[in-house]
Design a binder for this molecule. Sequence first.
Ligand code: GUN
Ligand code: FE
Length: 443
Amino acid sequence: MSDKLIFVGNIISPTLLNIECINGFIQVQNGKITDINTRKYFNQNEQTFIKTGYTIKVLGLNEFLIPGFVDCHTHAPQYPNLGIGLDRPLLEWLDKYTFPLECLYSDTEFAAKVYDQVVRRLINNGTTTACYFGSLHLEGTLELVKCVIKHNQRALVGKVSMNVKNDAGYYNDTNVELNQVKTFVNKVLEYKNKLVEPVITPRFALSCDKELMKQLSTIARENSCLIQSHISENKKEIEFVLNSYSECSNYAEVYDRCGIFNNKCIMAHGVHLTESEMSMFARKGISIAHCPASNTRLRSGLCPVRKLLDKGVKVGLGTDVSGGDNSSMLDALRRAMDVSEHLNLLGAKESPLNWREALYLATLGGATALHLNDKIGSFEVGKDFDALVIDLYSKDSPIDKYDSSLAQEQEAMLERVQKFVYLGDDRNIVQVYVKGIKVKDIL
Ligand code: GUN
Ligand code: FE
């Protein structure tokens, strides 16, 4: 395939305050965006582009480009449990369904098989970047790394760290764990793959003791790795954490005292954060992966995303499979809107998220939360070209043809994007590009 591409047509790039929508062209070379300009400029230079070897794709009226989706939080080994075992609250759910399933990933062949399905499914759903929890297993989680490399998905991958005993026997001794994490980080870095990074992954404060968390934060700092974990998802969880750490006034302080918040850091959930914890997140630049499907399915609560954003906290979206029951970021962004509406209906004074903001959270918001916004999340010269070609009326589209819009041009374009946000699915995502490489094509 040519490493020189030009797309001509409607280009949609969400920001927190707006949706940028231009009818023009985007030029890509070696996976990077090298120019974005008007249609007139394209027309004037079309012959030069052809002579210099660009493959030119002209999008139709009902097609448009959006940045690839960024899933800030998902558990690859939990995919076989998608849609089952959602009858218990978090801590019981972990013991009854999740830890027993994750134990199976000591079998690397099983791991390789499941992870191949996971990565292919996510790419089909338009997830160009995923921040994954693997399992406790070194070799099993390396299979996930191999899978994302094979399928050319951008990913942050974490070997899950746990050293607190549980009924499933799913934990490691501290020294074994630390050695495995160091080996994992080194092996991922040895691939020298530009799309894949290791991420340090203490499961949460009830699975890791203080010593392990402190040592993990040192490994993260030494290797400039992102840290991911869970925080304040469920009231029982918070109660147990605060009982174990009576010297801390809140959950965030537990992680902070262990050094976890010293690095680039993304925490899933944050449903029940206090005002002072939110302020700490904003001050230290800690991100939240908002996981609305899981927060609903496990009855954890309604996360006040608008409040977090107003306080200056970076927020992205996560599917959190299999606490969440859907692997699609389109589902995640719709459920983020629903949760936000429900909070408002229950009396929250903050305004609900609108569809533009939800699309931002699923793209540039997620990239920012993962500290990748200098590279991905929007269409800007110098960024990598991670993009989805959307066709509103693709084969078997769930969206019926609609020709009677009263809106004109730009407005009508935004209506098409809105239709996709509310009604679209993987059938409308006809091509997916990661760093300029086509990873899905159903055109
Ligand atoms: N907290 C600790 N582990 C998990 C997990 O696997 N899923 C969710 N939703 N919360 C967690
Ligand atoms: Fe999770």
